[in-house]
Design a protein around this ligand. Sequence first.
Ligand SMILES: CC(C)(COP(=O)(O)OP(=O)(O)OC[C@H]1O[C@@H](n2cnc3c(N)ncnc32)[C@H](O)[C@@H]1OP(=O)(O)O)[C@@H](O)C(=O)NCCC(=O)NCCS
Length: 160
Amino acid sequence: MGPAFDALIRAAKPAEARWIEAYLTRSWGSTIMITRGVAHDASNLPALVAVQSDEIVGLATFRVAEGECELVSLDVLRHGQGIGSALLARVSEEAANRGCRRLWLITTNDNLDAIRFYQRRGLRLVAVHPGAVDAARRIKRAFRRSGSMASRSTTNSSSS
Ligand SMILES: CC(C)(COP(=O)(O)OP(=O)(O)OC[C@H]1O[C@@H](n2cnc3c(N)ncnc32)[C@H](O)[C@@H]1OP(=O)(O)O)[C@@H](O)C(=O)NCCC(=O)NCCS
C-alpha cells in the first residue's frame, strides 16, 4: 500500500495563474492542447489543484460544453500517491454538479500509463482516432506561426 493520501483538492486561485501556465508549459510544451482538432488554452480553463504542505503537487484542467465535461489536462508532481486519482474524482464531481452526462478525455496511444490509469478508474476506451496526432501537429504549426502551441491526441476515453 502507498503512503496515505494527504493532499487537499481545491479550485485554483487567480494568483496561481502564472504557476499553472508555467507548469502546463513544462509538462506539455505549451498551454495549448489540441483535442479532436480543436485548440484549447488550458491556462484559461477551470482548474483544480492538489496541495500538499502549501505546495501545489497536481493540476487538472477541464471544460464543460454541450452537457459534457472534457478533462483537458491532468498532471501530478508526485506520482503514485493518489493525487491523480483524487483530481480525477473531483473533476468527475464537478462535471456531475454542472449537469454533465459524460466525462471524456483524449490521450495518446503511447501513454500506456495514462490509459491504464483511466481504465482502472472507470473510464472506457470509446474511440481511436488514427492520424489525430499528425493533424494536431499541423494545427500546432499553424498556431506557432501566430503564437505558441503543444498537443496530444488520439485515444478518446469516456465515462458516463
Ligand atoms: C497519469 C497520472 C495523472 C497519474 O497520477 P498519480 O497521482 O501518479 O496516480 P495515482 O497515485 O492516483 O494512482 C496511481 C496509478 O497511476 C499509475 N501511474 C501512471 N503513471 C505513473 C507513474 N509515473 N508513477 C506511478 N504511478 C503511475 C499507477 O500504475 C497506478 O495505477 P493503479 O493504481 O491502477 O495500479 C500521472 O502519472 C501523471 O501526471 N502522468 C503524466 C501526465 C499524463 O500522462 N497525464 C495524463 C494524460 S492526459
